[in-house]
Design a protein around this ligand. Structure first.
Ligand code: HEM
Length: 200
């Protein structure tokens, strides 16, 4: 598992967020190399590749959002407002606007086998909320891609940083005010690395 690259036992000097960032750095590097979003940044993406990226993202976010919904009752109150279908709904609107209709059988086929614990939910939330930071960068390049010129107001890569940063800041503030054991952190880290695999 990629999280082995950092020593969780050093955690007393590091915050859980720092450990999650360091412990998912390899997963993130892989995502940056392999995810079709890199073709938005170098402006070479075709319309078909953009649709594929939106579809892969839709399945990944939908699956994680469903898992979070199913386990919302075990989350602390401070984090329940982060549980929503906002990201997959925005992706669905983008896909629909491009003529891609998602049927319910695709939606139902998604499942998340992760054992549920608050720690694993935190790992999944870390990835989907943190990914919005990269999303803001990617959004700036959409209008510069020749194949995407006609897409005026995307819902997902919208660059609406204010809303996206609000959730991220709330999430970070909550984590920074809690105490975590090595075991809590390891579970969150394992779940975060697992969450990355949904996007490949
Ligand atoms: C081409 C693809 C991608 C690019 C260019 C990209 C870029 C970025 C950038 C610029 C940041 C902000 C870094 C910082 O402030 O230190 C970030 C953060 C992050 N991204 Fe990505 N990203 C990409 C793909 C992904 C994917 C597919 C995921 C997983 C769904 C993801 C998850 C995250 C997470 C969790 C963070 C927060 C890191 C932290 O500060 O703890 N990224 N990304």
């Amino acid at each position: 598992m990629m999280s082995q690259q950092i020593k969780i036992s050093d955690h007393q000097s590091k915050s859980i967020l720092e450990i999650l960032k360091a412990g998912t750095a390899l997963s993130h590097q892989e995502a940056e190399k392999k995810n079709l979003a890199k073709k938005i940044i170098d402006h070479t993406i075709s319309l078909e590749e953009y649709k594929k990226l939106l579809f892969i993202n839709w399945k990944a976010y939908r699956s994680i959002e469903q898992y979070l919904y199913q386990n919302k009752h075990i989350l602390p109150n401070e984090l329940t407002s982060l549980v929503s279908y906002d990201k997959s709904n925005r992706l669905q609107k983008d896909l629909n606007a491009l003529g891609v209709l998602l049927d319910h059988s695709q939606e139902n086929s998604i499942s998340c086998p992760e054992n549920s614990s608050v720690d694993s939910l935190i790992g999944f939330l870390y990835v989907i909320e943190g990914s919005m930071l990269g999303g803001m960068l990617i959004a700036k390049h959409i209008s510069q891609c020749p194949s995407l010129e006609h897409i005026r107001n995307p819902y997902f890569f919208s660059g609406k940083s204010k809303d996206q940063m609000k959730n991220w800041k709330e999430f970070c503030m909550y984590l920074n005010n809690q105490k975590y054991t090595e075991s809590n952190i390891q579970k969150a880290l394992d779940a975060a690395n697992k969450a990355f695999t949904f996007f490949s």
